[in-house]
Design a protein around this ligand. Structure first.
Ligand SMILES: *Cc1c(COP(=O)(O)O)cnc(C)c1O
Length: 449
């Protein structure tokens, strides 16, 4: 085995700023990038990463940053979690690909068995594996349409489901996800969801409005699937009011409609349980997962009622890379880590540490209209003081200030006015505290500016 300088370097244990952010080496790489990489792919914080462990990123200038984004809720087990790295190394040394559709292997089966066990509900379940969240959601729709013989798909305001043609149609926000990319797939219908801070409605009332819209404008017997995020991600970390999800789930059951939970961002212990649907005891017919499933290796899945999944005949589902053996090995390592380290419990602890501080900050500064979230999926929505008017500019300045101090935070929201926190669930209390202190300072300073 060869040993590189990086291998010999000590593992970073704390935030360290050696240069301005981004530093000279990152800026040089950014220059190279601008000549070679499509402008359509953007980066929140263009520091070029050379290694990462736990909740810390080390960049090409030797800066060490605290990661409160987990690559968008992906590295739930932390960067380079030992069980993931060991299994990936071992699998890569044995074989990297055969194509499960040609000659199969055990890892794929083991991931599907784990998904059957971990997703909500004790009915008979099966799974099919893909590479990305969008692919999983798209295939859930294919399955629902085949199983029901119907075509219409219902989605919600502020929804995000991906960037492929069908999932663009399912996604709500135009710029940057859809603008100029039409025509979009037909038979997709958008209805109001539940956004307690802005609609002021109870869950059952919001559900009644949505259901009335579906029945009057589409017809319940035309609907193949209702697709929703139990907590909306890109749309603004919007947690529906209690009762909204159960009411929709019950309506789907009564009308023979497939209820699809898009748990791509909320899954795998992120919200303090394996899946966010659990908080309201909702059992979806199909669950789409990705992001946290394999600690960063590309893997996604549709898991659900065996009879629905098996409605599609042989050859109807799949893909060259779907359920790649190295990605499956990573998933098995990630799931093992979540179990043995009780990362759902860690997510709850993160919630109990962060929410009170964000609430205090809201009272103190007057620029945070709403603090919300569950587990380690937490957010502050920024508004002009005394109003509900979104303040995207302030949000951007606060995020930029955190970045300059070596703390990675992400924004989201239809109005671009939400700072979201998605720390690795394994993040130490000390690093979390330090990251929050930087965020608090940024909010105080920028809200006075
Ligand atoms: C990220 C995301 C997707 C799309 O996943 P990709 O892997 O980027 O295709 C779909 N749904 C939700 C809720 C997401 O957060």
């Amino acid at each position: 085995m060869t040993t590189s300088i990086e291998d010999a370097a000590p593992v970073a244990r704390q935030r360290r700023l050696r240069t301005e952010i981004p530093g000279p080496v990152s800026r040089e790489l950014q220059e190279r990038r601008s000549n070679a990489v499509a402008a359509g792919v953007s980066s929140t914080l263009p520091v070029y990463v050379t290694s990462a462990t736990g909740g810390l990123l080390t960049d090409a200038d030797g800066n060490v940053l605290i990661d409160l984004g987990s690559g968008i809720a992906v590295t739930n087990v932390g960067h380079s979690a030992p069980a993931v790295v060991d299994r990936v190394r071992d699998q890569a040394g044995r074989f990297t690909h055969t194509c499960f559709m040609i000659t199969p292997y055990e890892g794929y089966v083991a991931v599907c068995e784990a998904l059957a066990e971990l997703t909500p509900g004790d009915h008979a379940k099966k799974s099919v594996l893909f590479n990305s969240g969008a692919e999983a959601v798209e295939n859930a729709v294919k399955i629902a349409r085949t199983a029901t013989g119907r075509q219409a798909v219902v989605v919600f305001d502020h929804a995000y489901h991906g960037r492929t043609n069908l999932t663009m149609a399912l996604t709500a926000k135009s710029v940057p996800y859809k603008h100029g990319f039409g025509p979009f797939a037909p038979e997709v219908y958008r209805v109001p969801g539940s956004y307690p801070y802005r609609d002021g409605l109870s869950g059952p009332d919001a559900a009644r409005i949505a259901i009335d819209r579906i029945e009057k404008q589409i017809g319940g017997d035309q609907v193949a699937a209702v697709v929703l995020e139990p907590i909306q991600g890109e749309g603004g970390f919007i947690e529906p009011a209690p009762g909204f999800l159960p009411a929709l789930s019950a309506w789907c059951r009564d009308n023979g409609v497939v209820f699809v939970a898009d748990e791509v961002q909320t899954g795998f212990c992120r919200t303090g349980s394996w899946f966010a649907s659990t908080h309201e005891k909702v059992v979806a017919d199909l669950v789409a997962t990705a992001k946290g499933i394999a600690a960063g290796l590309p893997l996604s899945a549709v898991t659900g009622r065996a009879e629905l999944i098996d409605a599609v005949g042989p050859g109807g589902l799949g893909g060259t890379y779907g359920g790649n053996p190295v990605a499956c090995a990573a998933a098995l390592g990630a799931i093992e880590t979540m179990r043995t380290d009780d990362l759902a419990g860690s997510a709850k602890r993160i919630e109990s540490l962060v929410l009170p501080r964000l609430r205090a900050l809201a009272t103190e500064t007057g620029v945070i209209g709403d603090v919300r979230g569950r587990g380690a999926m937490l957010a502050a929505e920024f508004v002009k003081p005394g109003t509900q008017e979104p303040d995207a500019d302030l949000t951007k300045r606060i995020a930029a200030s955190c970045h300059s101090q070596g703390v990675v935070v992400l924004t989201c929201g239809t109005y671009g006015n939400v700072i979201r926190l998605l720390p690795p669930l394994s993040l130490s209390d000390a690093l979390l505290d330090e990251g929050l202190a930087v965020l608090e300072h940024a909010v105080r300073t920028e809200s006075r500016a």
